[in-house]
Design a protein. Structure first.
Length: 134
């Protein structure tokens, strides 16, 4: 299976970015920027999550999968946390809009991703094992 941007639905975040631009034009630039940045972070987070899951599944070993998932999560949290810190220093409303947009867009992205993947695969793959020969 492909990983990366090919598996990410860009329609939802695209619409969210457009709504952020609309909010900015309507006179609330910080909130609009926050909405757009949240959607872009959701795309980045989805890409990284798909890569983490694929890497973990490819290992076939639960301990390797857990370590790769945790390291990937650390990278994701660092990126999102760094953006949030910078945004808080600029404007609190922008940061709150980003967080809400990130959560909403991310939730929609994951629902669409799993729906598409389930329809492609028909079923979820076998669970990871703790040893190769089980």
């Amino acid at each position: 299976g492909g990983s990366g941007l090919g598996d990410v639905n860009l329609i939802v975040p695209g619409l969210v970015v457009l709504s952020g631009i609309g909010v900015s034009i309507a006179g609330r630039p910080y909130i609009g920027i926050g909405i757009a940045v949240g959607a872009l972070l959701a795309v980045l987070n989805t890409v990284l999550l798909i890569k983490r899951v694929d890497m973990a599944a490819a290992s076939g070993l639960a301990p390797v999968a857990m370590v790769s998932m945790q390291l990937g999560l650390l990278v994701t949290f660092t990126v999102i946390g760094g953006v949030a810190v910078v945004m808080v220093l600029i404007n609190l409303s922008m940061t709150i809009a980003m967080a809400i947009s990130l959560f909403g867009t991310q939730t929609a992205e994951l629902l669409l991703y799993y729906r598409a993947r389930r329809s492609r695969l028909g079923a979820m793959p076998a669970p990871l094992t703790s040893e190769h020969n089980t």
